[in-house]
Design a protein around this ligand. Structure first.
Ligand code: ADP
Length: 556
């Protein structure tokens, strides 16, 4: 049978066209500090067309890269839609990387034009001299003369444009190319490598499209939802939210640079947020804030938490104190990113121990993602909820290689190749899969603590310590130990003003964990250091310990 269905390519322009016409009344709402500004999706569609016309005039052609150096706001969403729709490739730069890393990724991706928020223009001007490939800078919002002069200074910069002036007068419709290959690149993100430089992942139109639709299904996003996107648009595709909003007809609430607990609580209350997404640290801060600053969060039914393990104590507190369900999910930049979503089976009694075991797991594989556990000596471990292995995955929105342009170092090339195994992606995550496809991660392979013959999960320990009511945050890393090879070191942030000591926490823990898991080494810290996307930064803690910067108390 050779006559089947039509070959309509799955393109970002289809999502753009659909979302901005069929759901023309939905809105993107950008927080401004005291209040918000809004655009309808109809206006988003018009501005996306105007931006594309302007970018063409500035010379963007083929799959050239357009970078962004922006917070989550309406203009970033417009760029997210416009650049791929015109056939070019969007590269959202991680504004929190160290400057040399930003220079590396923008150079490696060959960004031609960068769109910058006015509030980030100054730091960006410091990088620009090191980015000879960047010919045009577009600034969203007004800047002072000094910042403009700094942006114009490098010789390779042809011009600095003002977003509004650039779009002004351009046609509000665009003849989006329909002959694009759905497998061609539409956007890219970089992920921090274990060693060496960040690694680029190029998403295709098809992968972004399929991922958006699946993410909407798996997370239960609905028409008319008001989605608070705390996860940055530069972090792993913003977990699909910009595109899934177009597909289901949901409005987007964009926090811009206001990412602290107080403005987030205000946004949820005033913008009647129904659903949100972000890393655990964001929601943990919000939870502590709400203890002393009550807010009406009754419109919010759920928050997706991923990027790092969601502490069960935090999940329960949101459910019991605020009626908000935390949906735990797991993924990677290399996977667009969603791989699993933890929605307990309907056969399980809500609130029961079994329910919480399911809810606290990393989640159930979503349709389209296949997983297998690979044990030592390459044996495949069964899905029995007990056998441990490294998770490998494959599927239509999982990368088959990293983006390479021939300029990588040998170390980078080796690292890039080592992540693939017979057509599967090695995740570097270790854990179990149950018969019903729930993934429980013990740890990242590099974070597991090898103590004598036992392996200790740093995540299990962190979750157990963070269940203590006077602990705000806890991070556990393995440190060298003469007798056991490695032992856990617990760095703990105690609740402000609490008389509890780490010795008390340890004693409390002693009744809850086997003795061999109990850390002997403890340090009280003011804050757990965080990575560029807000995860606990264990590298920094290991370094601080090695350099004697932590005040460590030893027990037992
Ligand atoms: P980076 O490596 O820069 O942190 P990613 O965000 O792509 O970039 O990281 C993906 C990794 O984050 C996963 O391989 C896993 O180790 C960790 N991770 C993501 N979600 C979870 C989760 N729900 N629980 C535990 N770890 C997670």
């Amino acid at each position: 049978m050779d006559s089947t269905m039509q070959h309509t390519p799955l393109l970002i322009s289809s999502l753009l066209r659909f979302g901005t016409t069929v759901f023309a009344e939905q809105k993107v709402i950008t927080w401004t500090g005291e209040g918000s500004r809004e655009l309808t999706y109809a206006e988003v569609g018009q501005r996306a067309a105007q931006l594309s016309h302007a970018l063409r005039k500035l010379g963007i052609d083929g799959d050239q890269r357009v970078g962004t150096f922006m917070w989550n706001n309406a203009e970033h969403l417009i760029t997210y839609l416009a650049v791929p729709s015109m056939g070019a490739v969007l590269h959202a730069l991680n504004i929190r990387l160290f400057p040399p890393q930003i220079v590396y990724v923008a150079t490696h991706a060959d960004d031609r034009i960068v769109i910058v928020d006015n509030t980030l223009a100054k730091p960006f001007s410091g990088l620009l001299a090191h980015l000879p490939g960047v010919q045009h800078v577009i600034v969203n919002g007004s800047i002072d003369d000094e910042t403009r002069a700094a942006l114009e200074a490098p010789e390779h910069v042809v011009a600095v444009h003002d977003w509004d002036a650039l779009l002004e007068g351009e046609p509000t419709a665009y003849d989006w190319p329909e002959d694009l290959d759905e497998n061609s690149a539409s956007s890219m993100c970089y992920t921090s490598g274990t060693t060496g430089n960040p690694k680029g992942v190029a998403y295709s139109h098809r992968s972004n499209y399929l991922h958006a639709v699946t993410a909407a299904l798996a997370l239960g996003a609905k028409q008319g939802d008001r989605l608070l996107v705390v996860v940055p648009l530069f972090h792993a595709n913003a977990w699909g939210f910009p595109y899934l909003a177009m597909a289901v007809g949901a409005s987007l609430i964009m926090p811009d640079r206001f990412l602290q607990a107080a403005p987030l609580a205000a946004m949820i209350e005033r913008e009647k947020v129904t659903f949100g997404a972000g890393v655990p640290t964001i929601w943990n801060d919000l939870l502590s804030y709400l203890e002393t600053n009550p807010a009406d969060l009754s419109t919010c039914r759920g928050l997706v938490v991923g990027g790092a393990a969601a502490p069960p104590a935090m999940m329960k507190a949101f459910q019991e104190e605020h009626g908000i369900t935390i949906i735990h999910a797991w993924g990677m930049t290399e996977m667009s990113p969603i791989g699993t979503v933890a929605i307990p089976p309907t056969t399980v009694e809500p609130g029961s121990d079994e329910y919480w075991r399911y809810a606290a797991a990393q989640g159930r594989l979503v349709v389209g993602v296949e997983g297998r556990l690979v044990g030592p000596d390459d044996s495949i471990a069964p899905w029995d909820g007990e056998s441990v292995g490294e998770l490998e995955v494959r599927g239509p929105w999982i990368t088959r290689s990293y983006y390479a342009n021939g300029r990588e170092s040998d170390v980078d090339r080796m690292e890039m190749e080592s992540k693939f195994h017979d057509g599967w992606l090695r995740t570097g995550d270790v854990g179990t899969l149950s018969e019903d496809a729930f993934l429980v991660l013990t740890d990242r392979a590099k974070d597991v603590i090898k103590s004598g013959g036992e392996w200790i999960s740093s995540v299990d320990l962190e979750n157990a310590i963070m269940a203590h009511p006077d602990v705000r945050e806890a991070s556990v890393v393995g440190v060298p130990d003469d007798r056991w090879g490695e032992r856990p070191l617990a760095s703990v942030v105690l609740r402000a003003g609490s008389p509890t000591t780490v010795e008390d926490v340890r004693e409390w823990l002693a009744g809850r964990l086997p003795k061999w898991m109990l850390p002997e080494r403890w340090a009280v810290i003011d804050e757990v250091p965080k990575t560029s996307v807000g995860k606990f930064d264990k590298k920094v803690l290991r370094k601080r310990y090695a350099e004697g910067e932590l005040e460590v108390q030893t027990f037992g």
